[in-house]
Design a protein around this ligand. Structure first.
Ligand code: UTP
Length: 298
C-alpha cells in the first residue's frame, strides 16, 4: 500500500460558534490573521507539502470560502487595468486555478461533526492515505507542519499519524489526548486516544491538534461510527478504533500552534505575525506590546 499522501481534506463546514458574532456572516476560516485569511495559510501548507488534490468540505452558506481560494480572473484583470499588476500577481499565485489545480468542493449540509465532515470527502479522494487540515489551527515554523508529517509518514509504519503537542494538565480537557506507549524520534506511539478527558483521567498530556494523515480505512470506520461527544460523529473516535490494527502515532511538530478558533489564540497569532511586519511592529512597540523572547520563525 502506498504511503504517498496525495489528497488533503479541509473541513470548513462548522458553525464557528466560539467566534460569534464575527462568524454570523463571515466563515471562521476567512477570518484574517493580519491580512491573510486562515484558509489561505492552510492551502499554502498543503501545496508546500506536495498535495495534488484539495477537497474542501463546506456548507452552502459558506460559499465565500470557494470564492477566496479559487482564482478570480475578473478581479485580477481589473487590478492590472489599474496598474496594480504586483497585487494581481500575488493574488493569482496564492489562488487555486480551475485549470492547473485539482480542487473540489463538497457540501456538508448539517454540521454533524468533524468525523462526518471527513466522511463527506470519501468519494473525492485519490488513492492512498489522506491528510486532514483544520484551518483554525495555525502552525507557524521553519518547515510547514504537514511537510514534516508527510515525510515522517513515508518513513514510518503507523497507519494513522496525528499532530501532537504537550499541554499543561489544566488544559487536557480541551483536547483529544493520546494514550502513549513509547517514543521513536519525533513520533510518540499510542494505543488509543480519549476525547476531552478530565485531568485526572487523562492518559498523558500529548494533545492532538488539527493536522492528520490517515489510513484510507478511516472512511469505512467513519461509516459505522456512532455519534460520540456532543451527539457528533467524532474523528478521534474513529481514529482510536483503528489504533490497534493500523498503529497510531503522534507527530511532535517543530512549529508553534495557535488556536485561531478562539479569540485568545487568534490574538496571539496576530501579535506573532504583527511582530514580523515593520509597520505593525512599530505599533506594537508604541503600545509596549513587543513579545519577549525570539519570534517564531516564518
Ligand atoms: P471546530 O469544532 O473547531 O469548529 O471544528 P466549529 O464547530 O466551526 O467551531 P465552534 O467550536 O462552534 O466555535 C474544526 C474544523 O472542523 C470543521 C470546522 O469548520 C473547523 O474548520 N467542522 C466542524 C466541519 O466541517 N463540520 C462539522 O460538523 C464540525
Amino acid at each position: 500500500m502506498t504511503r504517498h499522501v496525495r489528497t488533503a481534506i479541509f473541513p470548513v463546514a462548522g458553525l464557528g460558534t466560539r467566534f460569534l458574532p464575527a462568524t454570523k456572516a463571515t466563515p471562521k476560516e476567512l477570518l484574517p490573521v493580519l491580512d491573510t485569511p486562515l484558509i489561505q495559510y492552510a492551502v499554502d501548507e498543503a501545496r508546500e507539502a506536495g498535495i495534488e488534490r484539495l477537497v474542501f468540505v463546506s456548507h452552502p452558506s459558506k460559499s465565500a470560502i470557494e470564492r477566496h481560494v479559487m482564482e478570480d480572473m475578473r478581479l485580477t484583470k481589473e487590478l492590472r487595468a489599474r496598474g496594480k499588476a504586483d497585487v494581481a500577481d500575488a493574488l493569482s499565485e496564492a489562488a487555486l486555478s480551475p485549470v492547473e489545480d485539482d480542487a473540489r468542493f463538497v457540501m456538508q449540509t448539517e454540521p454533524k461533526g468533524l468525523g462526518h465532515a471527513v466522511l463527506c470527502a470519501k468519494d473525492h479522494v485519490l488513492d492512498g492515505p489522506v491528510a486532514v487540515i483544520l484551518p483554525d489551527d495555525l502552525i507557524l515554523g521553519q518547515v510547514a507542519c504537514l511537510t514534516e508529517m508527510v515525510e515522517a509518514y513515508a518513513d514510518g509504519s503507523v497507519g494513522h499519524l496525528v499532530a501532537t503537542m504537550e499541554v499543561p494538565e489544566d488544559k487536557v480537557h480541551r483536547y483529544g489526548i493520546l494514550s502513549v506507549t513509547g517514543k521513536a524520534g519525533s513520533i510518540v506511539m499510542a494505543d488509543g486516544m480519549v476525547e476531552k478527558p478530565k485531568a485526572k483521567d487523562a492518559p498523558s498530556r500529548q494533545a492532538v491538534v488539527g493536522r492528520y494523515i490517515l489510513d484510507p480505512s478511516i472512511f469505512s470506520a467513519l461509516e459505522t461510527q456512532p455519534p460520540g461527544a456532543g451527539g457528533e460523529i467524532q474523528l478521534t473516535d474513529a481514529i482510536a478504533r483503528g489504533a490497534a490494527d493500523l498503529g497510531l502515532g503522534g507527530f511532535q511538530f517543530s512549529g508553534t500552534r495557535f488556536d485561531c478558533g478562539s479569540k485568545a489564540g487568534m490574538f496571539e497569532a496576530t501579535l506573532e505575525l504583527a511582530s514580523r511586519d515593520p509597520e505593525c511592529l512599530a505599533v506594537l512597540k508604541a503600545h509596549g506590546l513587543v513579545r519577549p523572547g525570539p519570534a517564531v520563525a516564518a
